[in-house]
Design a protein around this ligand. Structure first.
Ligand code: UD1
Length: 338
């Protein structure tokens, strides 16, 4: 069965391609290589022994999207990762984000709603909750005004899909709200490849560990948390990838009663920045150089998932510990710098 993975050479996309191939799906990848590299294909093949079909394409070119679906009429499901994800950049270039993340989404849905039956999985984010009033965060927690154009694209993206599903029973979709995916495949054939200075915590830590960065700035230690640093729900990227395959199987199997659903993808466990640093020190045996800096604007104090819905409805649960995930990120960092 043929599945399209857009952004399939990116961080979460590539891990999902591996899990799909492991389950026997035939994968077609579309990627514009704006934040990834063709070498990732080799990493995927090294793990699974299988080759994905790869099309280098920018999905903003609407006619190419149309041609693609005309050529691949046998695609049974789409997992849509292709999007821009840097919060700061989205503030500077809002139209780029609206075009990449929402324009493209509209083109995809326009094609899928022409089909007799279509299944669609969307990469959403816990960013839609903003600073939630209650922890852990359930899927019915209110969506808060977005802090950035990036966050807005995830909120509006979900609305676009929901509204489209509403009037198109032939389309079924699942939005997955990721908490903080980290780590790398345990084989270390694929992992995260941030461009420039990493904005996210774990790649910054591992780059500091190998000496690429001088020290980590911990953004604030005066928050109302156990140790004053912010709390997040860090989840192993392989657990996130597996959830996509399970969500896809649900779309392939289920009768079309509710054709739009939303699930949190997290571990249900909150970890502070200092706890992540200690985890790194534990798995690497190295001391991490860090300093306390001002809070980062737009950061929420804490966010961790209530995972009961995903556990009960999808039958999915994150399996890896924080140490497992941080260790895989560290192994990967060492491999790519060797
Ligand atoms: C960030 C984005 C979020 C996006 C997600 C994608 C912001 C405000 N939020 O989430 O919208 O969906 O990435 O991966 O950018 N930290 C440090 N020092 C650093 C880097 C981070 O102390 O150098 C802290 C942050 O303050 C935060 C935690 O580490 O408390 C995690 O940060 P990060 O990895 O950037 O993730 P989020 O802020 O949760």
């Amino acid at each position: 069965m043929k599945i399209l993975v857009t952004g399939g050479l990116g961080f979460i996309g590539s891990h999902t391609v591996v899990e799909l191939q492991n389950k026997g799906f035939e994968v077609v990848i579309i990627d514009n290589l704006s934040n990834s590299s063709k070498d990732v294909l080799k990493g995927i093949t090294a793990i699974t022994g299988k080759k994905a079909i790869f099309e280098e394409m920018d999905l903003r070119e609407k006619t190419k999207v149309q041609d693609f679906f005309a050529k691949h009429a046998d695609i049974e499901g789409v997992i849509h990762f292709a999007a821009s994800k840097a919060v700061g950049e989205s503030v500077d270039k809002p139209l780029l984000y609206y075009e990449n993340n929402l324009g493209v989404l509209v083109y995809m849905l326009q094609e899928l709603t022409k089909q007799e039956k279509a299944r669609f999985i969307f990469s959403s984010s816990c960013t839609v909750y903003g600073q939630a009033d209650k922890m852990p965060i359930t899927e019915d927690a209110p969506v808060k005004p977005a802090e950035s154009p990036y966050g807005n694209t995830k909120q509006v993206g979900e609305e676009i899909i929901r509204d489209t599903c509403n009037v198109n029973p032939s389309l079924s979709a699942i939005a997955l709200r990721y908490f903080n995916p980290i780590g790398a495949h345990p084989s270390v054939h694929i992992g995260e490849l941030p461009i420039g200075v990493p904005q996210n915590l774990v790649p910054f830590i591992t780059q500091t560990g190998v000496g690429l960065r001088e020290q980590l700035s911990v953004f604030g230690n005066d928050n109302p948390t156990n140790d004053g640093t912010c709390i997040r729900d860090y989840i192993h990227v392989v657990d996130v990838a597996k959830a996509h395959v399970i969500a896809l199987q649900r779309l392939l199997e289920k009768e079309n009663k509710e054709n739009y659903e939303v699930f949190n993808l997290g571990t249900g466990r909150g970890s502070s920045v200092l706890e992540v640093i200690h985890s790194f020190e534990n798995v690497s045996g190295k001391k991490l150089k860090y300093t306390i800096a001002d809070r980062r604007s737009g950061d929420v104090v804490q966010a961790y998932a209530d995972t009961q819905k995903a556990n009960a409805v999808l039958g999915w649960k994150a399996e890896s510990s924080l140490d497992d995930a941080v260790k895989s990120a560290w192994d990967w960092e060492q491999k790519i710098r060797a």
